[in-house]
Design a protein around this ligand. Structure first.
Ligand code: ATP
Length: 327
């Protein structure tokens, strides 16, 4: 196996808080081991165009606390084609890059795996996505920050909800998994939480809201994950409740992209730092096609294939806790 003298690092897919901290960690670990590091702008798109920047330990100062990614992120159609990947390989060779650290979600890892299989190019993945929807890690980068951001916003919504005796449907991110919805629901004391994994039924929602009213609650908040299993979006849910429980004054709040922004939490900064070290050290140990993850507070590696195909499971205990707390 060829000795690794230069590592390329990139961010790909949706951005998440902590990506900058992970880039910083990769760059500084390279400096620590006295190897070169190049930043690849705009994910696979920049790789195909040879849009690279030489990075040293000082180039990544002052970014650990910044949201987003200074290398920018993108989705690349061209990289899905053989010609696109061939061009990317040519550009990497031209820049003397010997291995890659891909910070992104399962799509980015799939691209990395295909690239490795075609060109035998070493690739390590770092999970950066706020949804926490990747197997092989209890936390993806950005997830913890997002939970804190969303809980903070729901606290504010609660202020207005209780001042006006209103019911709020709050839509949070989570097309396929309900991690964000479940955790912020419990953390912000929501009355009900609707997630993609389980359809608790609309009748149950009405029943719960009826009970809330009877027990003297002055406001109610229902958290709805984007992909919740009732199949109704927040606006349809509002109409449904207004039809069936006219005593409720209902409002909707769709949190949208603000959930992805902001300065990373301390947890995400530490996680990013640990993951970056492990990614570089794994490459230098001759490993490839692995994703760095956190399991039982230990930094571990999982085959990329498993991380892509595996399912990230919600903690069902939280459903029960939420039921008891919302009495
Ligand atoms: P997020 O979780 O935020 O959606 P992601 O990494 O899953 O992040 P995707 O858009 O699915 O985001 O993937 C990022 C990029 O990875 C794609 O734009 C594409 O360039 C590359 N990619 C994804 N799947 C493949 C594939 N099968 N073959 C080659 N490249 C791929």
């Amino acid at each position: 196996m060829k000795e690794i003298k230069k590592i390329g690092v990139m961010t790909s897919g949706g951005d998440s808080p902590g990506m900058n901290a992970a880039i910083r960690s990769v760059v500084r670990t390279c400096a620590f081991y006295k190897i070169e590091c190049a930043g690849i702008y705009r994910g696979y798109e920049g790789m195909i165009e040879g849009d690279f920047i030489e990075l040293n330990a000082r180039s990544v100062k002052g970014i650990i606390n910044k949201g987003g990614t200074f290398l920018k992120s993108a989705r690349s159609k061209a990289f899905r084609t053989k010609e696109g990947r061939q061009e990317a390989y040519k550009q990497l060779k031209k820049a003397n890059i010997d291995a890659l650290v891909v910070i992104g979600g399962d799509g980015s890892f799939t691209g990395g795996l295909v690239f490795n299989q075609e060109f035998d190019f070493p690739v390590m993945g770092i999970p950066g996505t706020i949804d926490n929807d990747i197997a092989g890690t209890s936390h993806t980068l950005g997830y913890d920050t997002t939970l804190n951001t969303v809980v903070d916003v729901i606290d504010k919504i609660r202020d207005t909800a209780s001042s006006h005796n209103r019911l709020f449907f709050v839509e949070v991110m989570g097309r396929d998994v309900g991690h964000i919805a479940l955790n912020v629901g419990v953390g912000a004391g929501a009355e009900e939480i609707l997630i993609p994994e389980e359809d608790l039924g609309l009748e149950r929602l009405l029943e719960s809201l009826r009970r809330s009213k009877e027990s003297g609650k002055s406001s109610s908040i229902v958290i709805v994950a984007e992909g919740d299993k009732t199949g109704k979006n927040v606006f349809e849910l509002k109409d449904y409740v207004e039809e069936n429980l006219p005593e409720y004054e209902v409002r909707v709040s769709v949190l949208g992209h603000m959930q992805r922004g902001g300065s990373p939490s301390c947890f995400d900064r530490v996680l990013a730092s640990r993951m970056g070290v492990k990614a570089v050290e794994s490459l230098l140990d001759g490993k490839s096609n692995l994703m760095v993850g956190l399991i039982n507070d230990k930094i571990t590696v999982t085959p990329l294939e498993k991380a892509i195909k595996g399912q990230s499971k919600i903690n069902k205990e939280l459903i029960r806790v939420s039921d008891i707390m919302s009495i």
